[in-house]
Design a protein around this ligand. Structure first.
Ligand SMILES: [Zn+2]
Length: 299
């Protein structure tokens, strides 16, 4: 008999997995406000996704007000609308301070709180996913550790420490334009890659090579306001993303080599951002066993 783990009462909107010094947690929006469900190693999450004629495929996840480098407040969608653009309805997109973030280095336009957020030091990183896909990305000083963990890469290295959020995005755009590295990898591609991972040594070598290429390129980019990072940061970043990869494997089941070839296609996809999931009664976190693995795939 397996004892039930922590649960969340009532329907909830899934906002995604967030990381803190205490580990990963499923971030949820409920009628009582935002909450988090801790995701410990070896635990399984059970849920029932909302369905019906009046249930959209994804709900709006609301908007954020940025008050400064350490302070952003999330608000749920006031009208409980369906998502129209990404994970937001049109009204919440218009209210979201973060909508200015990806164009601020070109336009200089943004609310005061977001400008204060972007004034903090930022980091440029190169991440390699389980299938060998490489991306370039940025992280603020505040989210330096959690950003890499949330990406779900197998190996990652910081390659530059930038004066602020504008400089780091100029560097990111230069790397994408000059070397062809993508800035975005879809979550579904990341999960699919974890079912057919390349050897760890191969991914490590690929990431080291890509990071070296990017560092060499940045030295010729003619951009002021950044410096290369130290080797110690590389080791810490790699440890963070390896921990994320181990958790991701547990969330979606054993490696494909452990199960019949036809089974991976039947693995239920975890609820994505905006999904309405009924978490009471059907959702408990329980120790993983072979029996539970089969039940999870087949339900
Ligand atoms: Zn909304």
């Amino acid at each position: 008999m397996v004892e039930p783990g922590p649960s969340v009462q009532g329907p909830a909107l899934v906002r995604g997995v967030t990381w803190s010094p205490d580990g990963p947690a499923l971030s949820l929006s409920t009628d009582d406000g935002d909450s988090r469900l801790a995701l410990g190693p070896g635990l399984w999450l059970r849920f029932r996704a909302g369905a019906g004629a009046d249930v959209p495929s994804r709900y709006c996840l609301g908007y954020s007000v940025v008050n400064g480098p350490e302070d952003a407040v999330h608000h749920g969608c006031p009208a409980h609308q369906a998502a129209e653009r990404g994970f937001q309805c049109g009204a919440c997109f218009a209210r979201d301070d973060f909508r200015f973030m990806h164009d601020f280095h070109r336009s200089g336009i943004g609310p005061a709180g977001l400008k204060a957020y972007l004034a903090q030091p930022h980091w440029l990183y190169v991440a390699t996913f389980a299938d060998g896909t490489v991306k370039v990305g940025t992280a603020s000083q505040r989210s330096k550790w959690s950003r890499l963990a949330e990406q779900g890469a197998i190996v990652a290295r910081y390659v530059a420490h930038a004066r602020d959020g504008s400089v780091v995005r100029v560097l990111e755009d230069a790397v994408s334009a000059g070397l062809g590295l993508t800035q975005f990898v879809r979550g579904t591609a990341k999960f699919a890659a974890l079912l057919q991972p390349r050897p760890g040594a191969e991914l490590e070598a690929a990431n080291a090579a890509a990071a070296g290429t990017v560092r060499d390129f940045l030295g010729t980019a003619g951009v002021d306001g950044f410096e290369p990072v130290s080797a110690s940061l590389v080791a810490r970043a790699a440890a963070a993303v390896r921990a994320a990869a181990r958790l991701s494997r547990r969330r979606i089941g054993p490696p494909a080599t452990d199960v019949p070839a036809a089974v991976p296609a039947a693995v239920p996809v975890p609820p994505g951002p905006g999904t309405l999931a009924v978490l009471s009664m059907h959702t408990t976190l329980q120790p993983a066993t072979d029996k539970h693995s089969r039940e999870t795939r087949e339900c």
